[in-house]
Design a protein around this ligand. Structure first.
Ligand code: SGN
Ligand code: CA
Length: 543
């Protein structure tokens, strides 16, 4: 009898141990991967050392490519903030989800991938910049910046109301993210959107970085003094030139009283107001730290300015721009390192897909510009680095033409969730797994709308292949541009009217018509979005 109950005890014990062990393994390695989507705002690929180390070292962001895959030809479908974010969430082009620009709110009846993942049992959270005019759907938890947000002592919108947190925004967004990771339920997979405000204009670095970066000098791009010859009127008329349109106050951090005293011609009063409102957010301690570094820069500028030629002023502005822009990136890189370390220390790295990207690219003085919007390379392309140790061979590189349009289907496939049939991207999972033969796309579609508006970049749509870029600028012009991407990597020569390219133009125009049909874009929709501007008074009717 004793022997029998002993036996039963051991059998039960072994079964219980077995069950416990299998649950344990399940917890440590759930079948479905976690997904972390890291996106910064306006982070140019030129400022990531995995792409180029001319400007800055970003060892932590680079780690994602070292341990995973670097995409050298990733691009967006509309190079501006909120439309890009809406495309990422919906897997649709901007003319389909309707968020064509930063002006109109996002239509929340759109289905987004976080909603689908949440329905499929994922824990979901979003921290940082969304920029939608409304709150995100499909998230268990979120803390987002209102509109563009602030670098110093930022406010956050939360489910429980608004709150202000003292400190530097990039550090704070990371603190919130790590805090949530620590509190999440370990038995469920998660999808986390970790969205930096930096390095968006007006580029306010953390004190530890402005001290360092204001001491540095950076190499100038080849096309800093571009005269836009050989391009169309859109390039000539855009208002994003460092010399003419960058403000010496808000952007270059010259105190308004110093600029006024020197008689510097600002594009408008706007720069002064922005500077004043940002400075007013600082605590007394932050003001003192700022003044200790930027005060001497102002003194030096006051000495130099009266004798500066236009080209010297352009050069000075470029250096000031780079010092602050890259200083902001230094904090992003450090904080990405904090997150990656957390994953390593907590045994999460193996089964987590980590994506690093930006909502679009950015001009760092190329063509004399800052900002984005154009189909030209620096704003059309965007950084993309992905690590997922279970699937991606370390140190992989892909030059396929992938787009922000592809994220939703990628994440859904990774999670084993069926993507809705009307999503317009392609899952990147085959590329991540090295199955390149399953990738068929050889051209991408692009359409920019926000005109008239900030920076005055004209409306245009186009098609891009690895070899060519064809764009049609419309609304107040009817101009075509063609660039030979292999012979003219700087995009200085529009060859649309060159007889040598007549056949290419003919073929590409046909293909452009096809791709517009494929993605359900049309002249009627172009007109509908122009009419929307007219109705809202954003376009003044010509008398
Ligand atoms: C702000 C910027 C612009 C920028 C837009 C859109 N000016 O208006 O330079 O193009 O945002 O940027 S700022 O000095 O006030 O920041 S986006 O990333 O949100 O699309
Ligand atoms: Ca942006």
């Amino acid at each position: 009898m004793v022997l029998k109950s002993n036996k039963i005890f051991w059998v039960l014990a072994i079964v219980a141990f077995g069950l416990l062990f299998s649950c344990q393994t399940k917890n440590e390695k759930p079948g479905r991967p976690n997904i972390i989507f890291i996106m910064s705002d306006d982070h140019a690929y030129q400022a990531i050392s995995a792409y180029s180390d001319k400007l800055i070292e970003t060892p932590n962001i680079d780690r994602i490519a070292d341990e995973g895959m670097l995409f050298t030809n990733a691009c967006v479908s509309n190079s501006i903030c909120a439309p890009s974010r809406a495309t990422i969430l919906t897997g649709k082009h901007t003319h389909i989800h309707g968020k064509i620009d930063n002006n109109f709110p996002f239509d929340t009846t759109n289905v987004t991938f976080p909603q689908l993942l949440q329905d499929a049992g994922y824990q979901t959270a979003m921290f940082g910049k969304l920029h939608f005019g409304n709150n995100p759907k499909g998230f268990d938890e979120f803390m987002i910046l209102p509109d563009q947000g602030d670098y110093y002592n930022p406010e956050f919108i939360t489910r429980k109301g608004d709150t202000t947190i003292q400190g530097y925004v990039t550090d704070i967004i990371t603190d919130l993210t790590l805090d949530w990771l620590g509190k999440r339920k370990e038995e469920k997979p998660f999808m986390l959107m970790y969205l930096h405000k930096a390095p968006h204009r007006e580029w306010l670095p953390a004190e530890r970085h402005y001290r360092e970066f204001t001491q540095k000098t950076f190499p100038e791009p080849e096309t800093l003094f571009d005269d836009y010859k050989g391009r169309g009127s859109a390039a000539r008329e855009a208002e994003m030139n460092l010399l003419k349109h960058m403000t010496v106050s808000a952007d270059n951090k010259i105190y308004p009283e110093v600029a006024k005293e020197l008689g510097v011609q600002e594009p408008s009063e706007w720069g002064f107001n922005v500077f004043k409102s940002k400075y007013a957010r600082f605590t007394e301690e932050q003001k003192a730290q700022w003044d200790a570094v930027y005060g001497p820069i102002n003194d030096e500028f006051a000495q130099l300015y009266p004798n500066m030629t236009d080209s010297a002023f352009m050069r000075w502005k470029y250096q000031r721009y780079m010092q602050d822009y890259l200083g902001c990136i230094a904090a992003v890189d450090e904080n990405v390192g904090r997150l990656l370390d957390y994953l390593d220390k907590n045994g999460l790295s193996e089964n987590t897909m980590v994506v690093y990207t930006s909502d679009q690219g950015f001009y760092l003085g190329e063509h004399g510009w800052f900002d984005k919007r154009f189909i030209y390379n620096e704003s059309f392309k965007t950084p993309l680095l992905v690590k997922w140790p279970e699937k991606i061979a370390p140190g992989s590189v892909s030059d396929e033409m992938v787009q922000n349009l592809d994220f939703a289907q990628t994440f859904l496939e990774a999670a084993g969730v069926q993507a809705p049939a009307d999503m317009q991207g392609e899952s990147l999972v085959p590329l991540l797994e090295g199955k390149n033969d399953r990738w068929t796309r050889d051209a991408v579609y692009y359409h920019y709308y926000e005109y008239p508006g900030f920076h005055m970049v004209k409306r245009h749509y186009g098609m891009v292949t690895k070899e060519f870029k064809l764009a049609h600028f419309y609304y107040d012009v009817d101009e075509w541009e063609l660039y030979d991407r292999q012979k003219d990597s700087l995009e200085l020569h529009n060859v649309y009217d060159d007889p040598a390219y007549a056949d290419v133009v003919k073929t590409l125009k046909e293909e452009l018509t096809e791709i517009r049909e494929k993605y359900k874009d049309s002249d009627e929709l172009d007109q509908k979005f122009i009419d929307r501007y007219k109705e809202k008074g954003l376009i003044k009717e010509k008398k």
